[in-house]
Design a protein around this ligand. Structure first.
Ligand SMILES: Cc1cc2nc3c(=O)[nH]c(=O)nc-3n(C[C@H](O)[C@H](O)[C@H](O)COP(=O)(O)OP(=O)(O)OC[C@H]3O[C@@H](n4cnc5c(N)ncnc54)[C@H](O)[C@@H]3O)c2cc1C
Length: 476
């Protein structure tokens, strides 16, 4: 990092207090800059903490516990049917959110960040008019503005009904009640995670997905074990099927389907969760008074320093593009602030990990097999099935797979993909291997602790070499 530069005395205004915005604001304050952070919520946190990553993972933890307790009869232990107190469960989730967002509020104060609760609009490139949540307006003029306004659930006009029976991810996480039947529209990660929660709590969950498979874009061999398990916990998975209409009736929502797998063309569900992707929040009032350009899909255009077409304005997080993930958002926040501080930085990761927190989890980083096929790129793939993992067997969860995507000549690790319980925690090693330019031999020679699921990464490299003692594969 460079030493002090003049830029360190700048005033930075950050619009949006999610993982992108608060990371940027806090680092800027730590670098000595004057910082104003604006968000509508009482504390920083954004979608991730208030209505995204954190509340969903708190509920998924409970879902996992319920599922494991039911599975325990296979090991000679019976717990009986769970008694679910939805109010206490909601209280647990809200407590986690409150603790974390309150903690961020404290960290913000300790750093002397000026936190304004309200909505920001541009007067010009460096002046913001803030409509405060408690009433009144305030004008802030800064040297640089960072847009970190995030994203919101996408809405399909034909599926728009103004009734609490129609939910998006935000209202689903509110957990008003557990419906007897729930249709999840969209087989992406958010729909599958929330479907998993409701199924564990007792709803009969059906999923409808427009394309031919769940989690479009993910490698099919990783999705297969998840789909197999989901076929057991969900009432139905309708692929190649679209929802063509919804209508509220006294006992639920009547849904019309169009697709090959659909037996009856319509069905009534007590509630419907629409989870069909997210849209960037780039319609910031007054943005047209700046030089910021917004692309066709609604993402704010930025360069590798996260600077927009207006030199005084930077943009970070979901509002600038895929993958819309919290860890990508916070890293961009750090890069933007360092760039403003005058450091020579660029946001150009070799791998951004993605985790689907279903049961089993799916995780990948870097190049996927699907992507390589699409690009007609030659790769070598090394796979280790968890059926040969001692740790997976002790957990009674051998429905997993670890695979390495390698450069065919150098065997450099280009991508890592996994499916299996807890693999979301293992993918960090794969990400590090990709970023450090590791080759398969590095993974093979690194001693992994036994018995752990992390060994499967080393074992996949051993399979490639024909030296795995846990599997028999003839030498290449
Ligand atoms: C159900 C769900 C589960 C998810 N799970 C995961 C997960 O497990 N892992 C993961 O990495 N990601 C997950 N995500 C995605 C993650 O939440 C986002 O990628 C992340 O929050 C993006 O951060 P951000 O800072 O760009 O924007 P956001 O978190 O969206 O924050 C933007 C903030 O800006 C505020 N804002 C917008 N406009 C203005 C304005 N004009 N003035 C003032 N404030 C404004 C918004 O109110 C919001 O608070 C999940 C999302 C959902 C919905």
């Amino acid at each position: 990092m460079n030493s002090m530069t003049d830029n360190q005395n700048l005033h930075i205004a950050v619009i949006g207090g999610g993982p992108a915005g608060y990371a940027a604001a806090f680092l800027a304050a730590d670098l000595g800059m004057k910082v104003t952070l604006i968000d509508a919520e009482p504390n920083p946190g954004g979608v991730c903490l208030y209505r995204g990553c954190i509340p969903s993972k708190a509920l998924l933890h409970v879902a996992k516990l319920i599922n494991e307790s039911q599975h325990a009869k296979n090991w000679g232990i019976e717990f009986g049917e769970p008694k679910i107190n939805v109010d206490r469960l909601r209280g647990f989730k809200e407590g986690v959110v409150k603790k974390l967002t309150g903690g961020l509020g404290q960290l913000s104060k300790q750093r002397k960040v000026t936190y304004i609760q309200g909505k920001a609009a541009f007067e010009n490139s460096t002046t913001l008019r803030i409509t405060k949540t408690g009433g009144g307006e305030e004008t802030v003029t800064a040297d640089r503005v960072i847009i970190a306004t995030g994203s919101r659930p996408a809405v399909i006009p034909t599926l728009k009904l103004d009734t609490p029976r129609m939910m998006d991810s935000t209202s689903a996480l509110d957990l008003a009640e557990v419906p007897k039947s729930l249709l999840v529209v969209g087989g992406g990660y958010i729909g599958l995670e929330l479907g998993t929660v409701y199924a564990a709590l007792g709803s009969k969950v059906s999923v409808v997905e427009m394309t031919g498979g769940l989690l479009p874009g993910a490698d099919r061999d990783l999705v297969a074990p998840l789909q197999k398990r989901m076929e057991k916990i969900f009432a139905a998975i309708l692929l190649n099927t679209t929802v063509t209409g919804v209508k509220e009736e006294s006992n639920g929502i009547r849904v019309n389907f169009d697709g090959v797998d659909v037996k009856g063309k319509e069905k009534v569900f007590e509630k419907v969760l629409v989870s069909v992707g997210r849209k960037p929040n780039s319609e910031i009032p007054g943005l047209d008074k700046t030089g910021v350009k917004v692309g066709q899909r609604g993402f704010v255009q930025v360069n590798k320093q996260l600077q927009t077409d207006d030199p005084a304005i930077y943009a970070i997080g979901d509002v600038v593009g895929e993958p819309m993930l919290a860890h990508k958002a916070s890293h961009e926040g750090r890069t933007a602030v360092e760039a403003i501080a005058g450091h020579k930085v660029a946001f150009e990761p070799n791998a951004i990990p993605a985790v689907v927190f279903t049961d089993p989890e799916i995780a990948w980083a870097g190049l996927t097999e699907t992507q390589a096929q699409k690009e007609n790129r030659e790769i070598k793939v090394a796979k280790f099935p968890w059926a040969a993992s001692g740790r997976a067997m002790t957990l009674d969860r051998t429905d997993g797979l670890t695979k390495l995507i390698l450069d065919p000549q150098t065997e450099r690790v280009l991508g890592v993909g996994m499916v299996g319980v807890g693999c979301g925690d293992l993918i960090a090693e794969g990400t590090l291997a990709i970023e450090m330019g590791a080759v398969a031999k590095d993974l093979e020679l690194t001693i992994h602790p036994h018995p752990t699921l992390s060994e499967t990464i080393m074992q996949a490299a051993e399979v490639l070499d024909g030296t795995s003692t846990d599997l028999y594969r003839p030498k290449r």
